[in-house]
Design a protein around this ligand. Structure first.
Ligand SMILES: [Zn+2]
Length: 282
């Protein structure tokens, strides 16, 4: 089944008087949403007890919870010591997502830094192989680990790179962030065909089973020469991308992704707009 939900709690959640994320699953279910991404962007700070509490609510209200690993991960860092920290962030995120009752860990693969892009991608691949070994050694291969397509040009993670990383192990599935892709390609996502090219690339390289259950991030994003500048809301009419053409491709290929909205403050409202757009297509 396909699921829609926000990353974190939007402005409306707090303005309606809610303070704790423990109430988020029930609130989301009431809106008509059934996914929720919890971000560890600036560190993994939540206690196991709290995560379990939110996870129990997620189960009760049928809201699937994924986590976003810390932003500090960089598998192209030349230092092995720093790479060890990156491995640790991913594995610790997995321990937490289990407390949430979920099974998806989203992470940003790497930055180019001072290397050539080719060398940085090669190093990232090696580190992703090591990560795959660690995942198996720690018996975490029942979870899905989702490297994300990134919005800035100097970040590693265009569609091709992320697809290559996912070939390393079956438990790697792509997080396709269409806002990021649109930003790093200066607005290339316009027609249904533009989206279809990405989906068929995934099907041809990873097989339709894995392509069907990809993780999706969707938001409109401002961009300039370096790619992503900032996340916008669906009210934006300048930068895009638009969700409707993607919705028709999702229907055409019978995709069953988890679609997470990362709009700035209106993520729940915009997730609902996507769900309604998707359901309006026959
Ligand atoms: Zn991300």
């Amino acid at each position: 089944m396909i699921r829609f939900g926000p990353s974190g709690n939007g402005l409306r959640y707090y303005s309606e008087g809610f303070k704790s994320s423990v109430d988020a699953p029930q609130w989301l279910a009431k809106q008509g949403l059934n996914a929720y991404e919890y971000s560890f962007g600036r560190g993994i700070n939540i206690s196991d007890e709290k995560a379990r509490e939110i996870g129990n609510k997620g189960k009760e209200f049928d809201v699937a919870i994924s986590v976003h690993a810390p932003y500090y991960i960089n598998f192209a860092n030349p230092s092995d010591e720093m790479a060890a920290k990156s491995f640790d962030y991913v594995l610790r995120s997995c321990l937490k997502v289990r407390e949430f009752g979920g099974n998806r860990v989203v992470f940003h693969p790497a930055s180019v830094g001072k290397m050539t892009r080719k060398d940085a991608v090669e190093l990232t691949k090696k580190r992703m192989s090591r990560l795959a070994d660690l995942i198996v050694e720690n018996k975490m291969d029942d979870c899905l680990f989702c490297p994300e397509t990134m919005g800035k040009i100097n970040q590693i993670g265009d569609v091709e790179e992320v697809t290559e990383f996912c070939k390393i192990a079956d438990f790697f599935i792509p997080t396709i962030d269409f806002g990021h892709i649109n930003a790093r390609t200066y607005g290339s996502l316009k027609t249904a065909e533009d989206y279809e090219k990405i989906i068929t690339h995934l099907i041809n390289n990873l097989g339709s089973e894995r392509a069907k259950k990809i993780h999706i991030h969707f938001s409109k994003i401002e961009y300039s020469n370096g790619g992503e500048v900032r996340h916008l809301t669906f009210a934006d009419t300048v930068f895009g991308p638009e969700f409707s053409p993607l919705a028709s491709i999702m229907k055409k290929y019978k995709l069953e992704p988890i679609v997470i909205c990362e709009s700035d403050d209106t993520q729940a409202d915009d997730a609902l707009i996507m769900k309604q757009l998707y359901e309006s297509i026959d």
